[in-house]
Design a protein around this ligand. Structure first.
Ligand SMILES: [Zn+2]
Length: 471
């Protein structure tokens, strides 16, 4: 198996990935807070994790990928109150929207999407341990804070000077009666009008940071291989995750930290607070194809800042048009001549260059350069009739192979078994008749038979579910 090298934020080094266990690579990604639709800056971070997971699997690793869903926090409580609904209803609504966008963008579905409200007990247990060990303390209102003075390594990930610790947004919002301004809330005491859980550590609700420690431990164990997120999560969120996890377990938390740079728009970071956000659904409505948006968000190296613009979308659309044209040309190509003996080496070299680029800290620019070098070469051979029918089929097979990682090619023209096709046709008819119940029933039936159906601007699209390797 090839060696994959990744840039670890904590050490600042680019190091070979050596899985902690021999049964696969365990990956945790900070997921969405489901209080509104995610914007494409969020999706840049999720799609970079998708690229990582796809590449690991393409290289033969078994991967267990966990992405948390934050379904309890101040914004969700405010949003639910404003809408006059429960927090669970609000969170479920935006979780469904997130998954629809993720499917449209062909994001691999994580193996586990744990919801915070389903792990309250695990969080309380973890906080109980921190209290027992003196790493946490209670305040009069029933809240519990992490005592940063008990954790001298605090600030390593973000390279902070402990004496001049910058007070982050979430820290300020958490200020009650803390011993130290740097301390952060693990647990928030009950307040009128707020959801509250009764646990072994008392009534209240969890803080944000403890979620990711508890849920990663629940699904991946105390130590795991890779943790991903956007760079804005380094401090305080990931710094806090390290402190509370390692203080509780006494074991190293994460082997490799990967952080994705910001998505910029008009020269400033795309963020809800600055108002310059674009959401996938808005772009699709404006005629941007989901594939082009996926390509645009993936095509720049994850540690480089990416500027979202009409030009970047146009460039993505043009790149896909070249790929689509080649795929169509190869599929239609017929030439009875003998195989060209140089073709296997061309294909093998292209695959090796593509793989080596991604092994090098997911160098997508070089990987795409290898793809387009191959596109040029194949177009030249098609024009000169320098391929046999079999050569063309081999080339198409290679493009499909590389697309296991990229996820941008058009769907295959592969035929479905007749009984499955009949279910798909029935679903088209049900939707045309606006019979959503029948449409959903047929979608579920197809799903149980290994066919996932998405509704896109171009109509219904299906794909076979790939077997997920056990983690
Ligand atoms: Zn997190």
């Amino acid at each position: 198996m090839s060696t994959i090298r990744l840039h670890d934020t904590l050490t600042g080094e680019t190091r070979p990935l050596v899985p902690l266990r021999d049964d696969g690579v365990r990956v945790y990604s900070c997921g969405p807070t489901v209080y509104g639709p995610a914007h494409i800056g969020n999706f840049r971070s999720f799609l970079f994790a998708d690229l990582l997971v796809r590449h690991l699997r393409w290289r033969g690793h078994s991967v267990r990928w966990v992405m948390n869903i934050t379904d309890i926090d101040d914004k969700i409580i405010r949003g639910a109150a404003a809408a006059g609904i429960g927090i669970d209803e609000l969170a479920t609504r935006y979780l469904e929207g997130f998954l629809a966008d993720a499917d449209a963008l062909r994001m691999t579905r994580p193996d586990v999407l744990p919801r915070a409200t389903e792990h309250i007990e695990a969080m309380a247990d973890l906080i109980g341990t921190l209290l027992e060990q003196g790493n946490a303390y209670r305040t009069d209102d029933g809240s519990i804070f992490f005592r940063i003075a008990s954790w001298p390594a605090y600030g390593q990930l973000a390279r902070l000077d402990p004496e001049q610790l910058r007070v982050g947004e979430r820290v300020e919002a958490d200020e009650y009666a803390k011993d130290d301004v740097r301390d952060f809330a693990l647990w928030k005491g009950p307040k009128p009008g707020e959801p509250s859980w009764s646990t072994a550590i008392g009534d209240g609700r969890p803080g944000w940071h403890i979620e990711c420690s508890a849920m990663s431990m629940a699904h991946l164990g105390a130590s795991f291989d890779i943790h991903t997120g956007g760079i804005d999560l380094i401090f305080p969120h990931h710094e806090d995750e390290i402190a509370q996890s390692q203080a509780a377990t006494g074991e190293p938390f994460v082997s490799t930290w990967l952080h994705c740079a910001h998505l910029q728009s008009s020269g400033t970071k795309m963020a809800k607070s600055t108002g310059n956000i674009a959401r996938p659904g808005e772009l699709f409505d404006a005629g941007v194809s989901p594939r082009a948006l996926r390509y645009a968000l993936l095509a720049v190296h994850y540690r480089a800042s990416l500027n979202h613009s009409d030009d970047s979308l146009a460039a993505a659309t043009a790149a896909l048009a070249r790929l689509d044209a080649l795929v169509a040309a190869l599929a239609a190509y017929r030439e009875d001549g003998p195989d060209d003996p140089s073709v296997p080496a061309v294909l093998t070299d292209a695959r090796a260059t593509f793989g080596a680029a991604l092994d090098d800290d997911l160098n997508i620019s070089e990987a795409l350069a290898a793809v387009f070098d191959l596109v040029r070469e194949l177009n030249r051979r098609i024009d000169g009739r320098q391929l046999s029918t079999d050569d063309a089929a081999r080339a198409l097979e290679l493009l499909r192979d590389l697309d296991q990682v990229l996820g941008v090619l058009p769907e295959t023209g592969e035929a479905l078994e007749p009984d499955l096709q009949a279910l798909l046709d029935g679903r088209v008819a049900a939707r045309a008749a606006r019979d959503w119940a029948a449409s959903d029933r047929l979608r579920d039936e197809l799903l149980t038979r290994g066919i996932a159906v998405e509704d896109t601007r171009d109509g219904q699209r299906w794909r076979r579910l790939m077997e997920v390797s056990p983690g």
